[in-house]
Design a protein around this ligand. Structure first.
Ligand code: NAP
Length: 472
């Protein structure tokens, strides 16, 4: 059986990829937009194909000789995501039919059309499109509500809020019901679905125990050993709540508002086909929370909500960096410091390790970014030392890593232009370059205004990278 996994670098896709690699008797093909973002293990064990679901001509090759295709794509990062998601699903369904694929397995969200948020409606529409040609191809459509797992956006919001705020004012709608499920259970259902003996469409709702969002927060806090208090009030509009969540948690305004908008609707299971077709015993909420915390504490977070490209792969970084109008470059001789140590030093940038000094300036920039609905500085890093292409490092995204040579970060903060930060070892020197490609007059003004601050932070950064390399 040949399996195609789309969204293989997304939050669910990365975890499913490793679960599928462990399966015997299947050939796994990964469909990604940027193959540099795949690990060596994935490259060794899987067929890899670069394709974009919005470019239908790229899909036929991806789906050739495929029996089962997992559809884990969505484009929440774009403003018109609902329209793009519909187009994506249609393109994918048509290409699957052309290539005689037998089954599509899709994971969407729980909830109903009458009360659903824009985000949820897009997930429902995608499921409807993928299930719309049962005479040609069957679709197994899973629906999950809040997913509890390390790195999941909803779990990170809950974890950060209950960790930071002993008493919380909340919107009234936290009384709506939700059926949470652990991420490992979701992966188990997705894997089991490829062997399902049925030739008709199925919609399978996931999760066992329904509870209010308020209770979900309190039980999560309690599983973390914390006693917390919630005060629901009427005046908290979705907009204020989204700003609140964006400021206190790692998610940006766009993700916070999509999730807050969803609080108004009940996301509970409506069928028990999961019992009829699968023999999986899902974990309790507390078990899933403990598992997530263990992964976080032992730096074993396999995927994070911010792992997918989110706009970063639509840019040709090689070409655009070379084309940048403004460059701030600092060069330091390595002298007797081994290049490997310098590489390790600059690869540890960001997250809890900080930005090699002047962290308070970076934090102010992060705060301003959050106010302008940007990514903000508190996304942190997946691992304190290791970096892989696609990782988010605070408000940057890793777009290139060359072992012992180069780290290239692309700015995902709100900016009047495009910016990169590059660390390179070349010719016995550390070369640190900040590149900026301004948009319009305001982009140029922005760069000139920041020259004094850049002089401070970037000079210090290059020096501190060398100091840490010498010490470490
Ligand atoms: N995460 C949750 O908590 C959760 C909860 C309930 C349901 N779900 C459902 O699970 C599914 C997967 O969610 P997720 O959280 O894993 O999503 P995600 O992390 O945002 O990943 C989305 C994936 O879609 C890919 N993608 C976007 N546009 C594409 C395009 N034009 N062509 C090809 N690939 C494209 C991205 O690829 P790049 O890496 O190249 O950007 C990325 O790998 C969704 O349907 C979601 O509704 C998720």
């Amino acid at each position: 059986m040949r399996i195609l996994l789309t969204g293989a670098n997304g939050y669910i896709g990365r975890r499913l990829k490793y679960a599928l690699i462990a399966q015997e008797n299947i050939t796994l093909r990964l469909m990604v937009r940027h193959q540099g973002s795949l690990s060596d293990l994935a490259k060794q064990k899987c067929e890899i194909i670069e394709a974009d679901v919005l470019q239908p001509e790229s899909l036929d090759e991806a789906l050739r000789d495929v029996d089962v295709a997992y559809y884990l794509i969505h484009g929440l990062a774009h403003e018109n995501f609902r329209e793009l998601d519909r187009r994506s699903a249609r393109n994918f369904l048509d290409a699957c039919i052309r290539q005689n694929v037998k089954t599509i397995i899709y994971l969407g969200g729980l909830g109903d059309k009458k009360t659903g948020s824009e985000h949820l409606l897009s997930r429902i529409e995608t499921g409807e499109i993928l299930s719309s040609r049962p005479e040609k191809i069957r679709c197994i459509w899973f629906r999950a509500g809040v997913i509890i797992g390390s790195g999941s956006a909803s779990f990170e919001i809950i974890r950060n809020l209950v960790q930071k705020l002993p008493v919380m004012v909340t919107p009234k709608c936290i009384t709506s019901l939700v059926t949470p499920i652990g991420v490992d259970d979701v992966i188990a259902y997705l894997v089991a679905a490829m062997d399902l003996k049925t030739d008709k469409n199925l919609m399978v709702d996931l999760g066992e125990e329904a509870m209010s969002y308020g209770n979900l927060m309190l039980r999560t806090a309690s599983a973390m050993g914390l006693k917390r208090y919630l005060i629901p009030i009427n005046v908290l509009t979705p907009k204020i709540s989204s700003y609140w969540v964006a400021l206190f948690t790692p998610v940006p305004y766009s993700v916070a508002s999509a999730l807050i908008e969803g609080l108004g609707s009940e996301v509970t299971v409506t069928n028990d086909l999961r019992h009829a077709y699968f023999s999986i015993r899902p974990h309790t909420l507390e078990e899933a929370v403990h598992r997530a915390l263990e992964e976080i504490e032992s730096n074993q977070v396999m995927s994070r909500w911010s792992d997918s490209g989110a706009g970063a792969w639509e840019i040709d970084h090689g070409y655009d960096v070379a084309d940048a109008l403004f460059v701030d470059r600092r060069t330091i001789e390595l002298g007797s410091v081994p290049p490997a140590k310098v590489y390790r030093s600059f690869c540890s940038v960001g997250g809890e390790n900080g930005w090699f000094g002047y962290d308070w300036l970076w934090n102010i920039r992060g705060f301003i970014d959050k106010l302008f609905k940007g990514a903000g500085i508190n996304r942190g890093r997946r691992d304190p030392q290791a970096v892989r292409i696609g990782d988010s490092v605070d408000f940057w995204k890793v777009v290139d890593v060359v072992e012992s040579e180069r780290l290239l970060l692309f700015a995902q903060m709100k900016l009047p232009g495009k910016a990169w930060l590059e660390f390179k070892i070349h010719d016995g020197k550390l070369i640190q370059s900040a590149y900026f490609y301004p948009e319009g007059v305001w982009g140029r003004v922005y760069w000139y205004l920041l020259i004094p601050i850049h002089a401070l932070i970037f000079t210090n950064m290059a020096r501190s990278i060398m100091e840490r390399a010498r010490e470490g």
